[in-house]
Design a protein around this ligand. Structure first.
Ligand code: HEC
Ligand code: HEC
Ligand code: HEC
Ligand code: HEC
Ligand code: HEC
Length: 481
C-alpha cells in the first residue's frame, strides 16, 4: 500500500488524524465504515417502521432486530482493526508511531473527543432500543408462530382461533422468571438449529416433555379455587342414516372447584385442589398407558391404583408425574377438530345442505382422504365431492350443484385448518384429554380411546382392596335439570 504521505500535511495533522481520515483508503476500513453506516441506517428505518406499525412481516423484523445489529457490531469491530493494521504499516514506512494522547486543551482533540462521545452515545442508544424491541419481538406469537412458519404453522393456525388467541405463546410455554427465560432461549437456539438443518420432528412431539408446570403458567390467570359449578353442554351428532335430525346428548358437567357454600372441593377440578395430589406413572411417552396412580386425599389418606396388564419399561420406572391442568387440558389452545365434528357442524350450520342424499358420508370421505399436500387437497376436495355425488346419482348433482360446491368450499377450509401433510399432522394426530371420545361415544373414528379421562377411570386400575377408579357415568356428568 503506497500511501504518498506529504510531509507538510503530516506535520499539520499528526498520524492519528491520518489514520482516521485514511480509513476510507483501505478496503477493510472502508468496508467497516460502510457496513456500520448501512446497518445503522437500515436498523433505524426498520425500527421506526416497526414502531409505527407499517410492517407486519416477521422476516423484516428478524432482519432489523437480529441481522442488522450483527452487521453493525461487526462493522464497529472492523474499524479499529483496520486502523491498527494501518498504523503498523506506517511503522514499516518509517513514520514514527505516535501514541494516542488526548490533550483537552487542544481544540481539535476536544472536537474529536466530543464527536467520539456523541457517536458512541447514539450507537449505544440505538443498540439498546434495538435490543429492547428485539427482545420483545422474540417474545411475540408472531415470532414464535411465523418466523418458523413451516414448522409452527399448525400450532399457530389453531391457536389463532382458540379462546387463548390473545395470550402470548410465552405465557404458557415460558412463564415468568429468569431461569425459564434462559432455558427457553437455549432451547430456542436448539430449535433454530433444527430448523436450519431440517432435522426437526414431524409432527412436533406431544406432550411437550419439559413444559413448565401449569402451576406457574395457567394459574397466573386461572385458579383451581374458582368454582365453576356445573356446565351444561349439548352435544349434537348426526349419522349417515339420519343426517337431518341430530342425536342430542345434554350433559351437565360437574366441573366443581371450591364450593362457596360448603368450602369443600368437589367435582372434576378436585384433582388439582388443595390437599389433593395425584401422581401417575405412564408406560409410554404419550402418557396414554397409565400403569399406576397414587392419590393423596385432603384427609391425608393415601391410595395406589394399579393396572396390572400395563408393563412399565425399566427406563420409565421413575417417570412419575404430578397431575396438573395439562393432563386434562392438553389442548387449551392448540385445538384440532375431529372430522365427524366438522361435518356435523357443517350440517347444523347449513354450510352443508342436509337435503342432499348421502352428503354426510361423502363429505367425511373427501375430508379424510389422503392428500399429498394442502395444495393438492385444496384442488381436489371440491371436485372429488362432486364426483362422489355423481356416482351416487347424477340427478343429485343436477339438482344441488351449487350446494355441493358450497359444501366443498367449507370442507376445504376446514381441512386446511386441521391437516398439514408436510408436518405429518393428520386428523387425530393431536387429541384432547377432556372427556372420552371413541367410536362408542359419538362414532369418532379418528379419536382414540387411549385419550381422555378413561386412561384412569376405566375400572381396571385397582387398589389393594380391589376398588377401582370409578367410571359410573354420573361421577362426571348427569342430565341437566
Ligand atoms: C394457553 C396456553 C398456551 C399458549 C398461549 C400456547 N401454547 Fe403451545 N402448548 C400448550 C400446551 C398445554 C401444549 C401441550 C402440552 C402437552 O400436551 O404436553 C402445547 C404444545 C405446543 C407445541 C407442541 C405440539 C403440540 O401441539 O402439542 C408447540 C410446537 C407449541 N405448543 C407452540 C406454541 C406456539 C408457537 C404458540 C404461540 C403462537 C403457543 N404454543 C401458545 C399451551 C399453550
Ligand atoms: C395470560 C392469561 C392466561 C393464561 C396464562 C392461561 N389462560 Fe386460560 N383463559 C384466559 C382467558 C382470558 C380465557 C377466557 C377467554 C374467553 O372467555 O374468551 C381463558 C379461557 C380458558 C378456558 C375456557 C376455554 C373455553 O372453551 O371457554 C380454559 C379451559 C383455560 N383457559 C385453560 C387454561 C390452561 C389449561 C392454561 C395453561 C396451559 C391457561 N388457560 C392459561 C387466560 C389465560
Ligand atoms: C381432571 C381433569 C381436569 C383437570 C386436572 C383440570 N381441569 Fe379444568 N376442566 C376440566 C373439564 C372436563 C372441564 C369442562 C370442559 C368443557 O367445557 O367441556 C374443565 C373446565 C375448565 C375451565 C372452564 C370452565 C367454564 O366454566 O367453562 C377452566 C377455566 C379450567 N377448567 C381451568 C383449569 C385449570 C387452571 C386447571 C389446573 C389448575 C384445571 N382446569 C385442571 C377438567 C380438568
Ligand atoms: C391420572 C389419572 C386420572 C385421570 C387422567 C383422571 N382422573 Fe379423575 N380421578 C382420579 C383418581 C385417582 C380419583 C380419586 C379416586 C379415589 O379417591 O378413590 C379421581 C376422582 C375423580 C372424580 C371424583 C372427585 C371427587 O369429588 O371425589 C371426578 C369427578 C373425576 N375424577 C373426573 C375426571 C375427569 C372428568 C377426567 C378427565 C377429564 C379425569 N377425572 C381424569 C384419577 C384420574
Ligand atoms: C371420569 C369422568 C367421566 C365419566 C366417568 C364418564 N364421562 Fe362421559 N364425558 C366426560 C366429559 C368430561 C365429557 C365432555 C367432553 C366434552 O366436553 O366434549 C363427556 C362427554 C360424554 C358424551 C358426549 C361425547 C361426545 O363428544 O359426543 C357422552 C355421550 C358421554 N360422556 C357418555 C358417558 C357415559 C355413557 C358414561 C358412563 C359409562 C360416561 N360418559 C362416563 C367425563 C366422563
Amino acid at each position: 500500500m503506497a500511501d504518498n504521505v506529504n510531509s507538510t500535511e503530516k506535520a499539520d495533522r499528526g498520524p492519528w488524524q491520518y489514520i482516521i481520515r485514511g480509513m476510507w483508503r483501505t478496503p477493510l476500513g472502508l468496508f467497516g465504515v460502510l457496513l456500520t453506516t448501512i446497518s445503522i441506517t437500515l436498523m433505524v428505518v426498520g425500527l421506526v417502521f416497526d414502531l409505527l406499525g407499517f410492517i407486519e412481516n416477521p422476516y423484516a423484523n428478524l432482519f432489523t432486530y437480529l441481522v442488522l445489529p450483527g452487521g453493525m457490531l461487526t462493522g464497529l469491530a472492523i474499524i479499529p482493526i483496520a486502523a491498527w493494521l494501518r498504523r503498523r504499516q506506517w511503522h514499516k514506512f518509517g513514520i514514527s508511531r505516535e501514541h494516542l494522547h488526548i490533550n483537552l486543551s487542544d481544540k481539535k482533540h476536544r472536537k474529536g473527543l466530543v464527536i467520539f462521545v456523541v457517536l458512541s452515545v447514539v450507537n449505544i442508544s440505538i443498540l439498546g432500543l434495538i435490543g429492547y424491541e428485539g427482545y420483545h419481538f422474540t417474545e411475540t406469537p408472531t415470532f414464535c408462530g411465523k418466523v418458523c412458519h413451516q414448522v409452527m404453522e399448525p400450532e399457530y393456525t389453531v391457536y389463532k382461533r382458540s379462546p387463548h388467541a390473545k395470550v402470548a405463546c410465552v405465557e404458557c410455554h415460558i412463564g415468568p422468571g429468569a431461569e425459564w427465560f434462559v432455558r427457553s432461549k437455549i432451547s430456542g437456539l436448539r430449535q433454530v438449529v433444527a430448523v436450519m438443518t431440517n432435522s426437526y420432528s414431524r409432527p412436533i412431539p406431544s406432550p411437550v416433555e419439559h413444559l413448565r408446570p401449569a402451576r406457574d403458567t395457567c394459574e397466573n390467570c386461572h385458579w383451581p379455587d374458582k368454582f365453576h359449578g356445573k356446565k351444561v353442554k349439548s352435544i349434537k351428532h348426526f349419522t349417515n342414516d339420519d343426517q337431518k335430525n341430530p342425536e342430542v346428548t345434554d350433559i351437565a358437567l360437574h366441573i366443581g372447584g371450591r364450593n362457596p357454600e360448603t368450602g369443600a372441593f368437589e367435582g372434576i377440578h378436585w384433582h388439582v385442589s388443595d390437599g389433593v395430589e395425584i401422581q401417575y406413572l405412564a408406560a409410554d411417552d404419550k402418557r396414554t398407558q397409565i400403569a399406576r396412580v397414587k392419590v393423596k386425599r385432603p384427609d391425608n389418606t393415601r391410595d395406589e391404583f394399579v393396572k396390572a396388564d400395563i408393563e412399565v419399561p425399566e427406563e420409565k420406572a421413575d417417570n412419575w408425574r404430578v397431575m396438573d391442568c395439562i393432563d386434562c387440558h392438553n389442548r387449551p389452545t392448540h385445538i384440532y377438530d375431529m372430522p365427524e365434528d366438522v361435518v356435523d357442524f357443517g350440517l347444523l350450520s347449513k354450510r352443508i345442505n342436509s337435503d342432499i342424499p348421502g352428503i354426510r358420508e361423502d363429505a367425511l370421505a373427501v375430508l379424510t382422504a389422503q392428500y399429498a399436500s394442502q395444495e393438492e387437497a385444496a384442488e381436489k376436495i371440491g371436485p372429488d365431492l362432486l364426483a362422489l355425488q355423481y356416482k351416487r346419482d347424477p340427478q343429485n348433482v343436477a339438482k344441488y350443484k351449487e350446494d355441493i360446491k358450497k359444501a366443498g368450499i367449507y370442507l376445504t377450509e376446514k381441512y386446511l385448518g386441521n391437516v398439514w401433510p408436510r408436518m405429518n399432522v393428520f386428523w387425530g394426530t393431536y387429541q384432547s384429554h377432556l372427556g372420552h371420545r371413541s367410536e362408542d361415544y359419538g362414532g369418532y373414528k379418528y379419536a382414540s380411546a387411549d385419550f381422555g379421562c378413561f386412561r384412569c377411570h376405566d375400572e381396571e386400575h385397582e387398589n389393594n382392596s380391589g376398588e377401582s377408579i370409578p367410571q359410573n357415568c354420573d361421577l362426571c356428568h348427569d342430565e341437566p335439570e
